[in-house]
Design a protein around this ligand. Structure first.
Ligand SMILES: Nc1ncnc2c1ncn2[C@@H]1O[C@H](COP(=O)(O)OP(=O)(O)OP(=O)(O)O)[C@@H](O)[C@H]1O
Length: 325
């Protein structure tokens, strides 16, 4: 077992009645990529900081490779040598060159360093000073700075949140290279479905400090535990269970009255034969590779349906059917 998080509780203000983290427990196996997601203020950063030893939990324990991760109140220098934490608000020393920053206290040989700098796409930046870098470059240097300590677990807090598309793709390629060459384990917090779903082996969903679902990306996307989780991963509909085909119902919620269905699981019927779901098209919204139809239905309120083209007129009456899966 790489990481074992047991019954973590945290509140920042002793007077406050609400917990920032409420009894969080989960485990991470060697090689498993875990993403922590949740809306703003759900407790992602606090959880990551506690795991990395940068924040003190009120109770509970973090074990890393069988050893307790001590909080800042239990040791002089915060952090754990096997765990590297890249904060959203990382800092780089001012007035030093990148070369100086990355060679201070390094545990790497020259060959290893040069490989790492290549992986992090920063070889061309070594002579510059920290104030001569873009945001994306600063982040890659901060990442390399963590990796020279040879951590076994890299904890990344919203690493993509301030990057444009191009720099996001660069960082994703870097993380994939690091995973292959350095054999590092990852724990990542993000509120963006596009960062979480294609990347993670397991997704932890936090809602107001409580871990409400831990499952594969496929499960959290298609079988979210509640509407909050559904909304984290994109548009959704809540439909009465009696009109939803059995194969689309989550196994453990067969008796529930409603079911979450994604817009691409529905389509407009080509035939005039009435289906169990009918309505009037209210809006046709362009999303690049598809159109989103907003349809006012008779029985299920507003229903969203993906459509490949705009050949559906606003105001027209349509029959909605479930796609074949
Ligand atoms: N140092 C602190 N002192 C007091 N309250 C704090 C502190 N840090 C965080 N909080 C509060 O704890 C809660 C959880 O914050 P946290 O930063 O862990 O959430 P988050 O899910 O990472 O949010 P975001 O996605 O916006 O970064 C929030 O209500 C926040 O206001």
């Amino acid at each position: 077992m790489l990481l074992e998080v047991s019954q973590i509780q945290k509140k920042y203000s002793p007077a406050s009645s609400s917990l920032v983290l409420n009894n969080i427990s989960f485990q991470q196996n060697e090689g498993q990529k875990i993403a922590v997601t949740g809306s703003s203020g759900a407790g992602k950063t606090t959880l990551l900081k506690i795991i990395a030893g940068w924040e003190q939990p009120d109770s509970g324990m973090v074990m890393f490779k069988g050893e307790k991760v001590k909080g800042p109140e239990e040791q002089l220098l915060p952090g754990h040598k096997g765990i590297a934490y890249l904060s959203q608000h990382f800092e780089l020393w001012n007035n030093y060159t990148i070369h100086e920053i990355l060679h201070y206290n390094t545990q790497l040989s020259d060959k290893e360093s040069s490989e790492l700098f290549q992986i992090c796409r920063i070889e061309h930046l070594l002579k510059r000073k920290t104030n001569q870098l873009s945001g994306g470059e600063r982040q890659r240097v901060a990442l390399a700075r963590l990796l020279i300590t040879k951590p076994q677990l890299l904890v990344l807090d919203e690493p993509f949140s301030n990057l444009d598309y191009e720099h996001k793709q660069i960082l994703k390629a870097i993380l994939s290279d690091i995973e292959q060459y350095e054999k590092i384990n990852f724990l990542l917090a993000s509120h963006d479905a596009n960062d979480v779903l294609p990347w993670a082996d397991s997704v932890l969903v936090l809602q107001k400090g409580t871990l409400i679902q831990q499952a594969t990306p496929h499960e959290v996307y298609y079988y979210p535990i509640n509407e909050y989780t559904a909304a984290l991963f994109g548009y959704y509909n809540v439909l009465p269970s009696d009109i939803v085909p059995a194969q689309l119902m989550p196994e453990n919620r067969k008796h529930s009255n409603s079911c979450i269905i994604r817009p691409h699981q529905l389509q407009i019927s080509n035939s005039n034969i009435p289906t169990s779901l009918q309505g009037r098209v209210k809006e046709v919204l362009f999303y690049g590779n598809f159109y989103l139809l907003v349809i006012e239905t008779t029985f299920a309120g507003t229903v969203l349906v993906n459509h490949p083209n705009h050949h559906v007129a606003v105001g027209s009456h349509v029959n909605i059917e479930f796609c074949n899966f």
